[in-house]
Design a protein around this ligand. Structure first.
Ligand SMILES: CC(C)(COP(=O)(O)OP(=O)(O)OC[C@H]1O[C@@H](n2cnc3c(N)ncnc32)[C@H](O)[C@@H]1OP(=O)(O)O)[C@@H](O)C(=O)NCCC(=O)NCCS
Length: 223
């Protein structure tokens, strides 16, 4: 248990340059308190003490302003900075080393009793005020910009901003994924040559169209 608490405190020091001492972190970080309330609430929930789980989660919300449903699953090294206004839904799943800022919602868009909240994979950072809505995944290592509204799957290692959230930077496109099954790696030189061929074909097409127009013009002026 102490190893877990040490890991929680370490996560704060790693991701908040404003943290000065362990005492400050233990007593003044609502994100940490909310996580500790959640662990207790989640234990009750898993052992089918639903009301006690829910009530523990409600107490956590009362003291921290962070609402985490006791059914949500959260990995190691989780950190919520500032925290006020964070809402994490019942079927949300959070991987390891995820960071959320204040005002983040991991919400659902359906009233059906099914998986309706997002899955946040390892090492994701979600900026303040961002809403991630629906039962899709945010891929490993991705960043969601402040105040974005994300409504569909996010590939790994991408940056998503805006409303609706759009990928503005991606280091891994789906077609370029390593094909481990067939032992193929993406070939950047082949890709660059293929782009050059595309440009040459486009220039040829334009040249043919211009030459035809030129011929047509010559005929019309009687040259
Ligand atoms: C998205 C974010 C993680 C930056 O990621 P990054 O990979 O370093 O990307 P960049 O800063 O290079 O930005 C990429 C593009 O997105 C734009 N952008 C960045 N954040 C944005 C946001 N929240 N909304 C809209 N556009 C945004 C940038 O202007 C840039 O656009 P450009 O290429 O046209 O110049 C960061 O901007 C962010 O929002 N972090 C959250 C931090 C936070 O909540 N802090 C609260 C502390 S209290």
């Amino acid at each position: 248990m102490f190893a877990r608490l040490k890991q929680d405190i370490k996560a704060v020091f790693e991701r908040d340059p404003a943290a000065r001492s362990a005492l400050e972190v233990v007593f003044c970080y609502p994100g940490l308190h909310a996580l500790w309330f959640h662990r207790v609430a989640h234990w009750f929930w898993k052992h089918e003490f639903y009301f006690v789980g829910r009530f523990t989660s409600h107490l956590g919300r009362f003291f921290t302003g962070i609402e985490i449903h006791p059914g949500a699953t959260i990995g190691k090294g989780f950190f919520i900075d500032h925290g006020m206004g964070v809402v994490i839904g019942e079927t949300a799943e959070i991987g390891d080393n995820v960071t959320l800022y204040h005002g983040v919602t991991l919400g659902g868009v359906s009233w059906e009793k099914v998986k309706r909240h997002p899955t946040i994979e390892d090492n994701v950072v979600i900026g303040s005020g961002a809403k991630v809505l629906g039962p899709f995944s945010v891929g490993k290592g991705s960043k969601i910009g402040s105040n974005s509204v994300v409504v569909k799957e996010v590939p790994a290692n991408s940056t998503v901003v805006g409303i609706p959230g759009r990928v503005v930077m991606a280091t891994e496109k789906p077609s370029e994924k390593v094909d481990l099954e067939h032992g193929k790696l993406p070939d950047p030189e082949a890709k660059a040559i293929s782009c050059l061929f595309d440009q040459i074909r486009e220039l040829e097409r334009k040249y043919v169209a211009l030459a035809a127009e030129h011929e047509d013009l010559k005929k019309r002026v009687g040259m």
